[in-house]
Structures are given as C-alpha cells and as structure tokens.
Write a protein that binds this ligand. Structure first.
Ligand code: ADP
Length: 277
C-alpha cells in the first residue's frame, strides 16, 4: 500500500513491502552480549503432533555432524519434547544473571522450559505473555557459544504466542513441517501467510509421515493417499526440502533420547538448503 490514498499507516495489518513500511514497528530482542549466534531458523507447524520437534532434533543432529556449531531454542512450551529426544532432563547452570544451555552428547546447545521445571512431566499452565516472555529470555539471558545455526522449535499454530516469537527473534527464515493430512486443509496456507506478513523468508517445507515402507518388499505405501507435498509446495512457491516416512526406528530413537544415533539421510536435502543460506 504505497499509495498515499490507500495506506492505513498500520503496517501490522498490511503485508505490502513498500517504501513507507515502518521498519521500527517490530522490536527484536537483543541477543545476550556474551553470545554468538550467526543464523536463526524457525521450525513451524500449523498444529501439534506433526513431528516438528522430531524434525528440529534431526536437523540439529545433521548440522552438528557436518561440524557446525548448533543450538536448539525450544520455544514449544506446550509440548517441549526436544530435551527428551536428546535424553536431557533438568538442571540449568546459572552464571551471574545469565543461564548456560545444556549440551547434548554430540555438543548441541539446548535450552527449554522443561529444563527449568522440577518435574518435566508437569504441564506448563502459563498464559501466552508469560510463555512469550520465557522464550525471549532464552534469547537474551542464555549464553550461546559460537553458534552457526540455531533452530527454534516454534509453538504450533498461528496464534498469539508463535506470533510474538516470530516478532521478537531475528529469524533468518522458517521451515514449515506438515503431514499429508495437513496439506489438504488451510493450515499450511495460514503458516505461509503469517511468515509473509512478518517478512520472514520461507526456506521450504518438510513433509513428515509422507509414506511408510513395507518391511517385506520395500514398497512405498501412501497411508494417507498420494502425497501432495510437491504440488502444495509449488502452489505456495516454496521448495519441498524433504519427505520423511513413518519410521518406527525414528520414534524409538526419540523415545530413548538418542536421536543423535539416527542412521537415515531423510533430512540431508534440508540441511543442504540451510548450508546454502
Ligand atoms: P510436534 O513437535 O509436531 O508436536 P513430535 O515431533 O513431538 O511432534 O512428534 C509426535 C510423535 O510422533 C513423537 O512421539 C514422534 O516420535 C512421533 N513421530 C513423528 N514423526 C515420526 C515419523 N516420521 N516416524 C515415526 N514416528 C514419528
């Protein structure tokens, strides 16, 4: 809305990338002065349970294998399963006014609200602003050391909390995780539109649970009908970075807290795209 006659001067409700856009409208939180973080990538999904945390953990594992400095900021406070996938529970070291992240077995730095709870199984019954505040503190009060790629496991959906996280962290881009069922609804479209509205580049989409492989003959079985991943990615003009099958081994690794032992290369194309940033 560059046009003088149509501009409402309310950039928050307008997606136009015009010269008069008020760039000061979004207040990014300052990174802790003792931290070093080069790239921040948000992992988002339209709803919970689609495998967003698993994809975050797999991406972090793969990038660490490629010898990058990697961190995960677990902002999915409604279901913080990232620490579990790395077998990390409880205890955060406090240094002065700051916190130090936990380190996984291969050296991925991790911070999650689950590490702050006495009992990781107790539900987090915080209201939106408190959740958003905790996430901001993970950015401002945690000392992140030599991080090349930080993955932010975003809260699912397009509500208030993900929106605040979107606005307060300097995301270089986002990756949308979907399942075949989600692709037939408007959930993906909403996530795409939210990113566009926030002026955050969409690096691509990852379709999880795309198919299953018959253990006897190796044939790919589309449990939820033919995959529409390629088609939908094309529709929104974003690349399809990976198609991950339903794989019992992955679920077992997640449950045992040893995702870093994964032996597949499902996520490699997505890691290639991230390296190409
Ligand atoms: P989200 O973060 O989107 O809520 P999770 O990553 O926590 O979802 O995944 C939900 C559950 O589904 C977990 O138990 C996880 O291990 C399992 N899961 C996710 N993707 C797969 C897959 N491709 N194959 C097998 N299990 C999976």
């Amino acid at each position: 809305m560059d046009d003088q006659n149509t501009c409402t001067h309310d950039c928050s409700s307008c997606s136009a990338d015009c010269a008069s856009r008020d760039s000061a409208e979004i207040q990014k939180e300052p990174l802790n002065p003792a931290s070093s973080v080069r790239h921040v990538i948000g992992i988002v999904s339209g709803k919970g349970g689609v495998g967003k945390s698993m994809v975050t953990s797999m991406l972090a594992t793969e990038m660490r294998r490629r010898s990058w400095g990697v961190a995960v900021l677990d902002a999915d406070i409604t279901g913080p399963s990232v620490p579990k996938s790395f077998g990390i529970c409880g205890g955060v070291e406090v240094r002065g006014e700051n916190m130090l992240p936990a380190y996984t077995k291969t050296g991925i730095q991790l911070m999650s609200v689950n590490l702050l709870l006495e009992d990781a199984s107790s539900p987090v019954v915080w209201r939106g602003p408190v959740i958003a505040g905790a996430v901001k503190q993970f950015w401002t009060d945690v000392i992140w050391t030599d991080v090349d790629y930080m993955f932010v496991d975003m809260p699912p959906g397009t509500g208030d909390v993900p929106l605040t996280v979107f606005q307060s962290l300097p995301l270089d881009g986002i990756i949308i995780v979907t399942t075949p069922q989600e692709l037939v609804s408007m959930i993906v479209e909403k996530a795409v539109n939210m990113a566009k509205l926030m002026h955050i580049p969409i690096l691509g989409m990852i379709e999880n649970m795309s198919y299953a492989v018959c253990p006897d003959c190796g044939k790919k079985i589309s449990l939820f009908g033919e995959s529409r991943g390629q088609e939908v990615a094309k529709e929104y003009g974003v690349p399809l970075l990976a198609e991950i099958p339903i794989d019992g081994k992955l679920a077992a690794l997640m449950d045992k807290g040893v995702i870093e032992l994964m032996e597949n290369d499902y996520i490699s194309p997505a890691a290639d795209a991230i390296e190409g940033l």
